[in-house]
Design a protein around this ligand. Structure first.
Ligand code: NDP
Ligand code: 2IT
Length: 450
């Protein structure tokens, strides 16, 4: 990168930090995009002249609200709810809801910003949004979760609609929560519509939506490997997390003939050198989705090692799939992966690798895919759920899975188109950011000064 471009990026980031104080995750997400887009807009002055980058980092609208609810002991409780309506240039705002005690405006702005680019890469008509609350579903009874969801939706319902803003799940928001949220929306609006995705199949959900992020991640990994003349058979795969994304990533690794050897939660990870097979995965799913237990119990049941307070990147592997949380793979972790011969890192989570981590991986020739490309399968099938709801039909599992695979192959093609360097190596960060940007930017140009 030439010195004038570096200076332009630094100046831009100073403005971003000044206008968004105390929002480090948002700064981090913008920085990654700015590094790719500022040089690109130098070569394409129509975007620079129209200040598209300056506009795209500003949310169209942010809603922050009180969520009062009562716990099982009759205590009054209060949380904060948010919806960040980031960009509607190419479709209604679309993106998940996160319920986690660490939720802040900075986290949701970073997620909504990433979502804008990701949704564009899917080629489906979806803008970017994200929302959630600092509510912690962990340790709460089903009734408490229901009361919280009902209170959350009692405010949110007036800001969303099937053609305006369509939330879905994210961390802490799965099928149970979407059901409660949908039920309350329906009562308040007296309307049965596709206003949320990730619904149960019995009431308008799509086949393969629960599986979509994890499966899509592996379809993307297959394309990355193909580009290097490789395939996944027999490869050791380290996975972090044990929630929705991790579970179905593990399932697809098994189906494709790879060997998943770790899973984790916020307390530690398990290393199963024999591989997590279909039977052990069924146990893990029951443990996490029904019993809502801890990953350490997997180690007790199957007699393998549990590493309390540690992350799985220390285990030698061919492929690493961070599927838990932002900034879970830092520079030193990347160094350990490189030293152990890891050839590919693809993100199931959003922004799990720090900028220093990305730098170490890329400099050492590890194929690295940012989440906005490799985890786009979840929102892609959400888009397919919206289509099915609009025509009041549902497609078969095979049909949805084939479409998902086609979309992930298309995302990979866009990364290749915009990210292939002179030496033939694909820079997925550059490719995903420019590929995601162009469609949104062209729509913004066409729509005038919006
Ligand atoms: P879940 O809530 O189902 O699972 C989250 C997992 O991450 C849990 O295993 C959780 O452990 C673990 N975790 C949370 N915090 C930490 C931490 N600080 N350190 C280590 N592990 C942690 O969420 P999802 O699987 O849906 O989401 C995971 C990631 O994937 C998120 O980054 C999300 O934004 C992203 N994503 C999700 C999509 C979806 O459709 N659901 C789509 C695309 C991306 P514990 O149980 O201890 O909290
Ligand atoms: O980060 C994500 O892409 C999601 N949590 C899924 C969003 C969606 O609308 O399905």
């Amino acid at each position: 990168m030439i010195a004038t471009q570096k200076a332009a990026i630094e100046k831009f980031m100073q403005m971003v930090e000044k206008r968004n104080p105390g929002q480090p995750e948002f700064h981090q997400a913008v920085y990654e995009v700015a590094q790719a887009i500022i040089p690109f807009t130098e070569e394409h002055p129509q975007y620079k002249k129209a200040a598209i980058l300056e506009r795209i980092i500003e949310a169209e609208r942010i809603i922050i609200f009180r969520v009062p609810w009562m716990d099982d002991e009759g205590n009054y409780r209060v949380n904060r709810g948010y919806r960040v309506q980031m960009n509607s240039a190419i479709g209604p705002y679309k993106g998940g809801l996160r319920f986690h005690p660490t939720v802040t405006l900075s986290i949701l702005k970073f997620l909504a910003f990433e979502q804008t680019f990701k949704n564009s890469l899917t080629t489906l008509p979806m803008g970017g949004g994200k929302g959630g609350s600092d509510f912690d579903p962990k340790g709460k009874s089903d009734n408490e979760v229901m009361r919280f969801c009902q209170s959350f939706m009692t405010e949110l319902f007036r800001h969303i609609d099937k053609d305006t803003d369509v939330p879905a799940g994210d961390m802490g928001v799965g099928g149970r929560e979407i059901g409660f949220l949908f039920g309350q929306f329906k009562r308040l609006k007296n309307e049965f519509s596709g206003v949320l995705t990730g619904k149960g199949y019995a009431y308008g959900g799509s086949h393969i939506r629960p599986e979509a992020t994890g499966y899509g991640l592996l379809f993307f990994v297959e394309e990355m490997l193909k580009a290097r003349g490789e395939n996944i058979k027999g490869k050791k795969v380290v996975v972090s997390g044990s929630g929705n994304v991790s579970q179905y990533a593990i399932e697809k690794v098994i189906q494709l003939g790879g060997i998943p050897i770790t899973a984790s939660d916020s307390d530690g990870f398990v290393y199963d050198p024999a591989g997590i097979d279909a039977k052990k995965l069924a146990y893990l799913m029951e443990l996490k989705n029904v019993k809502r237990g801890r990953i350490s119990e997997y180690a007790e049941t199957y007699g393998c090692k549990y590493y309390a307070g540690k992350k799985p990147w220390m285990i030698p592997c061919d492929i690493a799939l961070p599927c838990a949380v932002q900034n879970e793979l830092v520079e030193t972790d990347a160094g350990v992966l490189v030293n152990n011969g890891c050839m590919l890192v693809a993100e199931g989570a959003n922004m799990p690798t720090t900028p220093g981590g990305i730098d170490v991986l890329q400099r050492n020739g590890v194929a690295y895919a940012p989440g906005k490309a490799s985890n786009a399968g979840g929102v892609a099938v959400s888009g397919l759920e919206m289509s099915q709801n609009s025509v009041r039909m549902s497609w078969t599992r095979e049909e949805v899975e084939n479409r998902l695979k086609g979309i992930m192959q298309d995302v990979h093609k866009q990364c290749e188109k915009y990210g292939k360097n002179g030496d033939g190596i694909i820079d997925y960060v550059k490719g995903a950011n420019i590929g995601g940007f162009v469609r949104v930017a062209d729509a913004m140009l066409a729509q005038g000064h919006v």
